[in-house]
Design a protein around this ligand. Structure first.
Ligand SMILES: [Zn+2]
Length: 83
């Protein structure tokens, strides 16, 4: 009686992953990224502290995570006013 062990098929959650990232300013995962590929820009907005930034180097291949990377770069760039 060779009962074959059936592999359980894991159902993929159909839930959309919310594009929420951690805010470098307040530390909350409240960053929302909106991509406007047709306008080659993206907006980054923190729902917690209100930090806002527009990223304008968006291409057709840009993913929200890339926007987040640019945002982080810009954030620390602008913050590096070492005196
Ligand atoms: Zn914030």
């Amino acid at each position: 009686m060779g009962r074959r062990r059936r592999q359980k098929i894991r159902r993929r959650p159909q839930k959309r992953i919310p594009d929420v990232y951690q805010c470098p300013d307040c530390g909350n995962a409240a960053i929302k990224i909106e991509l406007f590929r047709d306008k080659s820009l993206a907006t980054v907005k923190c729902g917690s502290c209100g930090l806002e930034m527009t990223i304008d180097d968006v291409s057709s291949l840009t993913e929200p995570v890339d926007v987040y990377g640019s945002f982080i770069d810009k954030f620390y760039e602008g913050d590096k006013t070492e005196k």
